[in-house]
Design a protein around this ligand. Structure first.
Ligand SMILES: [Zn+2]
Length: 444
């Protein structure tokens, strides 16, 4: 099994090297925009080879690009046109079937490249050399640059376990720093059910961004209070700036949304690394209906002005991102993440299986089973039910030798059968769990 990942390496450049990288990446961007114009005139072609024949000498002579880069540019432009044409086609189909009335405008004029990036091929345009340096092609020849990064990634590069692919030179405007985004492929061993020694479920929601519970009664609560408060402040600030609408406000808005996105990503990373332990099988809810679930209740005309204000300032958390981080970290630590059906995970009693809305009296913080009296922190019920469902999948895995990661795409019949099996599940461990709250904000 392979896992692809991107190592983000911060380049520690001298003033002169910075100048060289700037000239190179700006020339590359200009070359992209020139080539985009040419491809447009060639009937919006996405054929990279055709485009290359047309522009290669100009890219070499006028833009002074090294030969390899002069080949990368037309290829990249071709890929852009291909994806835009796909979008256009999808739009035409949607228009024909009446699903939309909006016309796709992405190909009305040649697409323009705005960000300062540059694609580099491994061992042609860049390579790793001794003393933790990377050698990068510029318009003025090769330069050797020191770099820093996530220690696990540096280890993979140094040890040679990762298969290194193409990289992107990327410039962060707010920090005025150059990064090299290196895509790598690592081999991860195929897992057997017996490699798994911990089974847990992760539930996401409003009050707690995540609650994790394993079948040995270890629980982790990641409070959403502080982080949501901070995220909501971003939303409010964004609204104020949007209302202003001046040029400088727009500039601030771009910086702000970048900061907001990074804050959410940092928090998600932090939660994911605390949830994922080696050799675990981790259950995640199928998130298809999460939007409806986390949407504030009152909405539209019925909601009061105050309620509407409160709703609109509430930040939307990216749970899909959290899931993808958990999945990514799991694969790298000899674990597996899988999706389970989310149906009734918050209403079913983990102890006797009784499923009812009434199990949450007054929608309070406590789950009280109306059949057996089992009482539990309401936010823990979901995570435990998910853990139980994963445990079932682990047993299937062991008996059939086949691991199915997503239950989603099966028939209604299969789903009905699965739900009926779920209703037989029981949480039988009697130990009283000790609840500990963890603030995920430690590193952010
Ligand atoms: Zn019960």
């Amino acid at each position: 099994m392979h896992q692809t990942l991107t190592a983000k390496l911060k380049l520690e450049v001298t003033a002169e090297q910075k100048e060289q990288l700037a000239r190179t990446s700006l020339a590359y961007r200009e070359a992209l925009n020139y080539t985009s114009g040419v491809a447009y005139q060639m009937g919006k072609t996405y054929n990279g080879t055709k485009i290359q024949k047309e522009v290669y000498y100009t890219l070499r002579e006028k833009f002074k690009l090294p030969s390899q880069m002069a080949c990368n540019v037309p290829r990249q432009v071709g890929a852009t046109y291909k994806s835009l044409r796909t979008k256009l086609k999808q739009n035409e189909e949607a228009t024909a079937s009446g699903r939309t009335k909006k016309r796709y405008k992405g190909l009305d004029k040649p697409p323009k490249y705005v960000s300062r990036t540059c694609t580099l091929n491994y061992q042609r345009d860049y390579s790793f050399v001794k003393d933790q340096k990377v050698s990068v092609v510029t318009l003025d020849g090769r330069i050797k640059v020191n770099y820093q990064g996530y220690s696990k990634h540096l280890e993979m590069i140094a040890s040679g376990v990762a298969k290194i692919g193409a990289a992107k030179l990327w410039y962060s405007k707010p920090t005025k720093t150059y990064y090299l985004l290196v895509s790598m492929e690592v081999e991860v061993p195929e897992l057997a059910p017996t490699d798994i020694n911990r089974v847990l479920g992760v539930d996401v929601g409003q009050r707690y961004i995540a609650v994790a519970a394993d079948t040995r009664n270890k629980t982790q609560f990641f409070s959403g209070k502080k982080v949501r408060h901070k995220a909501s402040r971003y939303v409010k600030a964004r609204k104020t700036l949007q209302r202003k609408g001046t040029r400088s406000a727009t500039k601030k808005l771009v910086a702000l949304s970048g900061r907001e996105r990074r804050f959410i990503a940092d928090t998600n990373h932090c939660i994911a690394s605390q949830v994922v332990t080696p050799n675990s099988l981790i259950g995640l809810e199928n998130l298809t209906h999460i939007r409806e679930r986390t949407k504030p209740k009152k909405k539209g005309e019925k909601a009061s002005a105050k309620q509407r204000r409160a709703n609109s300032n509430k930040a939307r958390w990216s749970f899909a991102e959290l899931h993808s981080f958990i999945d990514y970290k799991a694969v790298l630590s000899g674990s597996l993440a899988m999706k389970v059906d989310a149906h009734y995970t918050s209403q079913a009693c983990p102890c006797c299986g009784h499923t009812s809305k009434e199990n949450r009296p007054n929608k309070g913080l406590t789950f009280v089973c109306q059949s057996c009296g089992y009482t539990l922190h309401a936010d823990l019920v979901g995570a435990r039910n998910i853990a139980l469902r994963v445990l079932l999948s682990r047993q299937d895995w062991e008996s059939t030798g086949r691991f199915s990661a997503v239950p989603g795409a099966s028939s209604d019949e299969a789903k009905g059968e699965r739900l009926s099996r779920y209703s037989q599940l029981r949480w039988t461990i009697d130990a009283i769990s000790t609840l500990s709250e963890t603030e995920p904000s430690g590193e952010v």
